[in-house]
Design a binder for this molecule. Structure first.
Ligand code: PLP
Length: 435
């Protein structure tokens, strides 16, 4: 008989003093609890399980790979089929000039590798002073020290400040709902953010700035905030003007979640120089993340030291890449990005119809199947809840009691407290499941 782990667990769980429910099975896009209850996994964990939990083709690919080549040390000496196939699936059309990929194990590691690649790029080009990274306030790029150093999420950084790298600074994120001034047009708002970023670049000195890092659609901290039109065009132009790399973190918003494979494709820009991907890449069956890089970064390495100063024991693990190849094929064969767009419209309508009238609901925003509901104590006058109120947790708890598993991410993020929940259903979601 299955033993219940909820009374005594030896795991250091994220929240202490809480008895987690034991998941004993899966059914389509749902989780089955030990109690027998079925939970609709409406955000696939932190926006990961984009194909639900039962995909026989992925299971088969994993088992086949286990029987064929379960592990190789993916350095320069050996490679294997699923690694190469996945890279080719992602890059054969060279989106935005991105032409090489480094596969790693977590989003945080992908951001670490992005920072290191940027640093190495400038070194190879004889500009070693370019190390400073400009990030955005209220941002989250991962939980390791380097990734946290470029994250503007003050509450997550607070007790580690002595470990944080000093070569960073932060500008305002694009967050029109709370930060656009009364009477300000979108283009005036974009201009204000552009001017602020330019001032920061000039303050630090372009000769010292390596990169600007941002999420294309801000995920967990601000809650699925799409950029105002023209924002990333302005950012891209500034990066080009001052010879600064643009790193886009699409770990949460990318790989199809907003309706295009890469969220930046909707911004009318040529693309980033470095892009971090993760979460949805392997649909959550095996951990996998990656860094996509522009040909110019590769050329600099190839013309310089001819090596990569970053590597890890488990990078490009064949079981993970085999699972991801199967996941990526399912997305393409079943035209699931079309379903993301279609179901995104349905989800938006459902949220407007059913959720908008509820107390404290102040904003509903997102793209594709990546949506958030923001709560304010006084929506009329935009008065936020106290930072420790965590109204979103109460909402997540009530939803959970009612069979719906959604995400209430850390609401406190710097000087602006954003209390929200995220709803990001799998790409295979149906109208019936949404309503
Ligand atoms: N970057 C973004 C935008 C994220 O949302 C996350 C995780 O939530 C990360 C990086 C870190 O990824 P991981 O938790 O896989 O290390």
């Amino acid at each position: 008989m299955a033993r219940s782990f909820t009374d005594q667990s030896y795991i250091l769980h994220r929240r202490l003093g809480r008895k987690p429910d034991n998941v004993v099975g899966v059914k389509g896009i749902s989780l089955v609890l030990e109690s027998g209850r079925t939970m609709l996994d409406a955000t696939g964990g932190p926006s990961v399980s984009i194909l639900g939990h039962q995909q026989p083709k992925i299971t088969e690919a994993i088992v086949n790979q286990l029987n064929k080549v379960p592990y190789i040390y993916s350095d320069a000496r050996v490679t294997c089929e699923p690694n190469e196939e996945l890279a080719s699936l992602l890059l054969k059309d060279q989106p935005g000039g991105l032409s090489k990929v480094l596969f790693v194990n977590s989003g945080s590691e992908a951001v670490e590798a992005s920072i290191k690649l940027a640093t190495q790029y400038w070194n190879e080009r004889g500009m070693p002073s370019k190390v400073h990274i400009i990030g955005r306030k209220q941002s989250y790029h991962g939980n390791t020290i380097g990734a946290l150093s470029v994250s503007g999420h003050t509450s997550r950084r607070k007790i580690y400040l002595d470990w944080m790298c000093d070569n960073t600074s932060f500008v305002d994120p694009v967050y029109a709902f709370r930060c656009k001034k009364a009477g300000e047009t979108d283009s005036q708002y974009v201009q204000r953010l552009r001017d602020q970023l330019e001032a920061e670049i000039l303050k630090v000195g372009p000769e010292n700035v390596s990169a600007f890092i941002a999420e294309t659609v801000s995920g967990s901290t601000l809650g699925c905030v799409p950029p105002v039109a023209g924002y990333f065009k302005a950012v891209r132009e500034l990066c080009d003007k001052y010879d600064i790399l643009l790193i886009l973190d699409e770990i949460m918003c990318g790989m199809g979640k907003t309706g295009t494979m890469h969220a930046w494709e909707q911004e009318g820009i040529r693309g980033p120089d470095i892009q971090a991907i993760g979460k949805a890449l392997g649909a959550g069956f095996v951990p996998l993340s990656g860094v996509l890089l522009h040909q110019k970064i590769f050329d600099a390495l190839a013309a310089g030291s001819k090596g990569l100063l970053h590597g890890g024991t488990f990078q490009a693990h064949p079981i993970a890449t085999a699972a991801a190849v199967a996941a990526q094929k399912i997305i393409r064969e079943q035209n699931l990005l079309d379903n993301v767009v279609k179901m995104g419209v349905v989800l938006h309508r459902a949220l407007e119809d059913e959720i908008r009238p509820l107390p404290f609901v102040s904003d509903i925003r997102g793209r594709g199947l990546f949506w958030a509901v923001e709560f304010l104590l006084d929506p009329q006058n935009k008065v936020p809840f106290a930072p420790d109120a965590r109204y979103n947790n109460q909402v997540v708890d009530v939803a959970f009691k009612n069979g719906l598993y959604i995400l209430g991410t850390l609401g406190t993020a710097g000087d602006i407290h954003v209390d929200h929940v995220i709803i990001a259903p799998p790409y295979i979601v149906t109208v019936v499941e949404i309503y």
